[in-house]
Design a protein around this ligand. Structure first.
Ligand code: KG4
Ligand code: ZN
Length: 339
């Protein structure tokens, strides 16, 4: 089975072709950061319009690069939620129309299920069951994964997501949008010993997160010094260390509580180098394995949507007649394919 995947939930247009027998054949992402940079964040209407412009040529290019003709494609998977509803509707309308024109199945995919299954695209994929840390711009969740569609959320952020905290603190530091990668770059030159930020909610039991207090802490720290390059880098480093440490502590706790042998890390913040290194180190000490998609498949992309769609289409999943996209959609609402 060969599936075309389309991702348009936020500010990246992602397209890919995944083949169940041959793996990922081609994928490409167009990022809209230049469109939104001057506004300091994603402007939903501009995101939708840019997806409209970018999606058709990107689909044409990826089909060509994968060596697929329309008759070779057995299904079209597109992100149906959660995300910006206008942006989602572009991928939904385009994906469903294409599938209808080609006479193949169409399927709406849950964006976070895409992130969750992204490590399966790598050469040595993790086996079920595993523990997953999903860290994106909109979500921070620890999930027990029994198999495709069998998800139990063990903990999640009660306020800002980790990526959102990165983006907000980056703005306080005067960094351009998108803030997460820029903050991580700045932190590289920072002194880890100069400031110490709290590790929120690690002093009490449970697996939930809270990152909004770190933003206030950063604001107060910034008010107490002169904003030169050195000072900003030290604050960035202290913030990054606090987020990384907090995520490591909660992942360790979840590994111990569940006894699961593998930790999977995915979502945009999963591209953070310091986080990847710290989690790998912790997992080794816990005698657990850790599995990440390559950084380009941690952030939003079409490959994870093509893969998740393929898993479900192979089990006979089919599209409901109702046309629509869901801005909000809980991962735990999903069921295994065929169930
Ligand atoms: O998964 P993703 O691409 O989109 C969502 O589904 O939200 O995640 C985007 C988030 C943004 O908040 C971005 O700042 C953050 O991931 N991010 C990073 C890094 N790369 C992306 N945060 C920290 N370090 C990075 N290297
Ligand atoms: Zn995402």
């Amino acid at each position: 089975m060969r599936v075309l995947g389309i991702e348009t939930s936020c500010d990246e247009t992602g397209v890919a072709v995944y083949d169940a027998a041959r793996g990922l054949l081609a994928h490409a992402v167009h990022t809209q950061s230049a469109v939104h940079a001057e506004f300091g964040g994603v402007v939903p209407e501009l995101a939708s319009r840019d997806h409209v412009r970018r999606l058709p040529p990107l689909v044409r290019r990826v089909l060509e690069e994968s060596g697929s003709r329309p008759g070779d494609v057995d299904g079209v998977a597109y992100t149906a939620g959660p995300g910006l509803v206008g942006a989602l509707l572009v991928g939904t309308a385009f994906g469903r129309s294409l599938a209808w024109a080609w006479g193949v199945a169409a399927l709406g995919v849950h964006h976070m299920e895409g992130h969750l299954l992204a490590p399966m695209l790598e050469p040595d994929p993790p086996a079920f069951p595993f523990l997953a840390l999903l860290v994106s711009g909109g979500h921070t969740q620890l999930v027990e994964v029994e198999g495709v569609g069998a998800y139990e959320i063990l903990g999640e952020s009660v306020d800002d997501a980790a990526g959102e905290a990165f983006d907000k603190v980056a703005t306080l530091l005067g960094l351009p949008y998108p803030g997460g990668p820029a903050l991580a770059d700045l932190a590289r030159n920072g002194d880890p010993g100069r400031f110490r930020f709290p590790r929120p909610m690690t002093d009490r039991p449970g697996l939930d997160f809270s990152f909004s207090g770190l933003k206030t802490f950063a604001l107060n720290t910034l008010a107490g010094g002169h904003r030169d390059e050195r000072f900003l880098a030290d604050v960035a480093r202290a913030f990054e260390d606090a987020v990384v440490d907090t995520l490591v502590i909660k992942c360790r706790r979840a590994l111990r509580a569940t006894g699961l042998p593998v930790l999977v890390v995915s979502g945009g913040v999963g591209a953070n180098r310091r986080l990847r290194a710290a989690l790998a180190d912790m997992a080794q000490r816990e005698d657990a394995a850790v599995s990440y998609p390559r950084p380009e498949l941690c952030t939003d992309n079409g490959a994870m949507i093509a893969y998740a769609g393929c898993c479900r289409l192979l089990h006979g999943a089919s599209e409901p007649r109702r046309f629509g996209a869901r801005a909000r959609w809980g991962l735990e609402e999903l069921r295994p394919p065929g169930a």
